[in-house]
Design a protein around this ligand. Structure first.
Ligand code: M6R
Length: 374
């Protein structure tokens, strides 16, 4: 059942090209650039009228939600609010029947996410679920469901479900943008084309990064703490990289927006602290390039204090190799899709460190695959 892999987690990491392909399948047209979400009780008119999107989710799915906020706001220009599902009710969300609720959940059974959905419905909102398990409770209560087709995920650490969620969010953002007329046909076609190229790029990373991460695990598996840094859409990936590591290796890890380092965390840096920095960029995108340049200064702040830097960068970035201790390369992609590539080496790094530390990778202590109590 593990098809020759040592753990479900590793099998599921390697299934990502297929999971991404299946989540996209039948939903895009390469000729027209159009995206189809399928039948639902949320109408095109609802999408056109939407004043804002409220997203609620937990854990890894909450990280996907933050990436989704960047995608939706960039492409469809609709304001997005992201909440931890466990917190949504406590802020007494302001009723707005023209807001759309979005729940992101692999299992579709997470108690807090279900409670947030019920709060949304009680406040008069229609809800859309991005869910991996067909027929799950949250999908049944939603007015529409966009299924991720990751297939069953057995490892407690979410991997292929996460990248499929990112792809589903990208499809949703594109569809919303097309319905609201915020994207030209050319832009749509270009984005849909880059989406179709993702599975091949993920395969490439899996081929190259696995052994590099195994080597890195030898050096860093004894670390007490880890920091993960990123800016903009890469920031939630820093959070996700840190969560993967702490969840399966029990090493304390934190994710931070790179620009926040000066406001406190810089005090933690010494020669024993490995810092993973997301330094990928889309060279064709000016904002992305500016973020990259600022990230390079953050790297220098770490190395000046003798911290060890592991960077994730775009293939061919020779400049960065001179600044950092190790580089994990990923192929180039458009800025909004880079998170799907960024996370692959971080999953492999967490996996190999946990294996070296003798941890139960698929079944970490104190955790359950689906959290059905609040
Ligand atoms: O099934 P869900 O997506 O609703 O689950 C949410 C979280 O419990 C889940 O993502 C958890 O954080 C994972 N173990 C992270 O790897």
């Amino acid at each position: 059942e593990k098809s020759g892999y040592k753990h479900f987690m590793l099998k599921e990491i390697f299934e990502q090209p297929r999971a991404i392909r299946d989540t996209t399948l039948g939903r895009i047209s390469l000729e027209t650039g159009k995206v189809f979400l399928g039948e639902m009780k949320i109408t095109e008119e609802d999408f056109r009228r939407a004043t804002r999107i409220h997203i609620a989710a937990c854990g890894t799915s909450w990280h996907a939600a933050i990436v989704g906020k960047f995608m939706i706001e960039r492409l469809a220009r609709v304001p997005v609010e992201v909440d931890y599902a466990s917190e949504y009710r406590y802020r007494d969300p302001i009723p707005d029947p023209n807001a759309i609720g979005l729940l992101i959940t692999q299992s579709g059974e997470t108690a807090d996410t279900l409670a947030a959905q019920r709060e949304m419905i009680a406040k008069g909102m229609k809800t859309l679920a991005i869910c991996n398990v067909v027929g799950a409770m949250i999908a049944r209560e939603a007015q529409g469901t966009l299924y991720t087709h990751a297939g069953p995920e057995i490892g407690v650490a979410s991997t292929k479900a996460f990248t499929s969620q990112l792809v589903a969010l990208f499809l949703f953002a594109l569809h919303l943008a097309q319905t609201r007329g915020t994207l030209s046909d050319d832009e749509s076609r270009t984005l849909v084309e880059s989406l179709s190229l993702l599975p091949g790029k993920v395969e490439e990373i899996l081929r190259s990064a696995d052994s590099v991460c195994e080597q890195l695990a030898k050096i860093y598996s004894g670390a007490r703490d880890f920091l993960f840094l990123g800016r903009g859409i890469h920031y939630p990936i820093a959070l996700e990289g840190a969560l993967k590591l702490k969840e399966i290796s029990y090493i304390h890890a934190e994710g931070y927006p790179a620009g926040e380092m000066k406001h406190g965390p810089n005090a933690l840096i010494d020669e024993s602290l490995p810092v993973v920095v997301l330094a990928t960029q889309d060279e064709t995108n000016r904002d992305s390039h500016l973020r990259y340049e600022k990230t390079l200064s953050n790297i220098q702040e770490v190395t000046a204090r003798s911290g060890k830097v592991i960077a994730v960068a775009i293939e061919g970035d020779t400049h960065i190799t001179q600044l950092v201790d190790h580089v994990l390369y990923v192929p180039p992609a458009s800025e909004l899709l880079l998170p799907v590539l960024d996370i692959i080496p971080l999953q492999l790094l967490a996996y190999h460190i946990a294996v070296r530390r003798g941890c139960d990778v698929d079944q970490p202590r104190n955790l359950a695959k689906s959290v059905t109590v609040e």
